[in-house]
Design a protein around this ligand. Sequence first.
Ligand SMILES: NC(=O)c1ccc[n+]([C@@H]2O[C@H](COP(=O)([O-])OP(=O)(O)OC[C@H]3O[C@@H](n4cnc5c(N)ncnc54)[C@H](OP(=O)(O)O)[C@@H]3O)[C@@H](O)[C@H]2O)c1
Length: 168
Amino acid sequence: MIAAISENRVIADKNGIPWYIPEDTKQYKERIKDEVVVYGNGTFNPDEREIPPSKHQIVLTRSEKSIDRECTTYVTGIIEAIKVAKDFGTDELFILGGGEIYAAFLPLADRMVLSEIPGEYEGTVYFPEWNESNWNESKQEDGYEEFTITHYERKRNPITEYLKTSRE
Ligand SMILES: NC(=O)c1ccc[n+]([C@@H]2O[C@H](COP(=O)([O-])OP(=O)(O)OC[C@H]3O[C@@H](n4cnc5c(N)ncnc54)[C@H](OP(=O)(O)O)[C@@H]3O)[C@@H](O)[C@H]2O)c1
């Protein structure tokens, strides 16, 4: 999961992202380049001029939607999103928000790369709370002026653990 979050976990207010940090947008675009990514329909912008640099965009919606573009697929659920990603031969799926989508994928995620924006913001959309005892801070990327990037790795994946136990 990749997100930019404030100290009080705000990711957006009613007008969108409440900060303007071009340096973060730049590193984000570089990170998702050529990857298979997932958005919620509240975040994805179907405008031709806004196509992200990722290899393929999978967009979650509960309604039937389609788009005449090879690099974008609409899906109606998480399992379908994962299946579509598999068809692209990727072994890593990037979850790019917004709030509903981060909350839906948090139990399945094994890595979070968070741009941590200093300060508290008023907001309407939040990154979900995560249980710190399940995650290790694995890496910090410094060198950015207005934020820090922290990588978090899940200590163990509950689904893998479950599958292992059921075999024993
Ligand atoms: N700071 C950051 O890093 C960051 C990153 C990304 C986004 N954002 C911000 O977050 C805001 C949007 O967040 P949001 O929570 O309102 O919306 P969202 O998570 O982007 O999208 C929500 C939509 O996704 C679909 N959806 C959600 N769960 C689903 C499920 N289980 N199965 C199928 N479809 C599902 C529904 O679409 P339908 O209504 O079409 O059914 C739902 O309305 C925007 O302001 C955006 O700028 C911030």
